[in-house]
Design a protein around this ligand. Structure first.
Ligand code: SIN
Length: 306
């Protein structure tokens, strides 16, 4: 059988590339997996167009990159496949089929977890359009570039410091600010996700360069600073990381699989579509288990790292 030629086409922007020539419904070779990992490190956000996947195939593809998270919020999972979450505003027989407001503010998935996230793998099944234009984009900011653009004295002063991240922060923000139908987390759900700390400047396991690893969704405070100073610094960093020069907008087409590197980016889903404009996306969350052990220590470096 003839092998497909894999092509990597950079977006030419601060983030983003398209990989053509891979059929994600079929098992990938080890070298294809390595190439996808390297592309994620380099471009942060990777699109695989024109895919047709069952939920089981999406799970199998995602699992090639690390262990998969089963979301603590629990609802809206694909029947029999709890690693595949349904993100949707569609209501059938009076019941939502998916979580309708996932990710609609700036955050990094699973920075609240002891084992942080490597990648999200989203499969776009129904994408809303209006006047011929796609809606419900996913937007990103580049955290390699955000770190590099920090003032030198700040990089030095904050080097080695850690940030406390809490799952409940984003959950409550969505409930409060969006008037969402999310119930408060139960004590058991909160206990399953105690706040955790990670380095503020993380050495990226693929590129070997530092990234700014803080996000408005989950980051609570810088542990080594007094509260007031921590609030000021985080406020500065949250504004800094959202600058236009670090920004990239991904516009969906049906059949796209989108993967992104959660360590080198932050993201936000744009809620510019109405209830009668259906959006259906299925998502797997890949933990960074290929890079870190349970104690958060690096396992190995990818070839791109120095
Ligand atoms: C997410 O934050 O994983 C959801 C992104 C999206 O639905 O565009």
């Amino acid at each position: 059988m003839e092998e497909a030629i894999v092509q990597i086409i950079p977006s030419g922007k601060t983030l983003g590339a398209t990989i053509e020539g891979l059929d994600l419904s079929q098992p990938l070779s080890e070298s294809d997996v390595d190439q996808v990992v390297a592309t994620l490190g380099r471009y942060g956000v990777v699109r695989f167009p024109k895919q047709t996947l069952t939920a089981a195939q999406q799970r199998a593809f995602s699992a090639r990159f690390g262990e998969l998270e089963i979301n603590v919020a629990g609802s809206f999972q694909e029947p029999g496949l709890p690693e595949v979450m349904i993100l949707s505003n569609i209501v059938e027989n009076g019941k939502p089929i998916g979580i309708g407001d996932a990710g609609q503010d700036w955050h990094t998935d699973m920075s609240y977890n002891r084992m942080i996230a490597f990648s999200n793998v989203l499969y776009g099944i129904r994408i809303p359009h209006r006047d011929g234009k796609p809606l419900g984009a996913t937007t990103f900011c580049n955290m390699h570039a955000a770190y590099e653009a920090l003032p030198e004295d700040m990089k030095q002063r904050l080097d080695g410091m850690t940030v406390l991240h809490d799952f409940d922060k984003f959950w409550e923000m969505m409930r409060r600010e969006r008037g969402s139908t999310r119930p408060p987390l139960t004590p058991a759900q909160r206990a399953a996700r105690p706040p955790v700390s990670h380095p503020l400047f993380l050495e990226h396991p693929i590129t070997g360069r530092k990234v700014l690893y803080a996000n408005p969704g989950y980051s609570m405070r810088i542990n080594e600073l007094p509260q007031e100073e921590s609030d000021q610094v985080l406020d500065f960093l949250f504004k800094h990381q959202l600058q236009e020069r670090f920004f990239y907008k991904f516009e969906w087409q049906e059949g796209d699989v989108l993967m992104w590197d959660n360590m080198g980016t932050i993201h936000k889903a744009v809620d510019d579509y109405r209830a009668d404009e259906p959006r259906l996306i299925k998502r797997c969350q890949v933990m960074a288990t290929r890079f870190f052990d349970d104690g958060g220590q690096p396992r190995r470096r990818h070839a791109m790292a120095a």
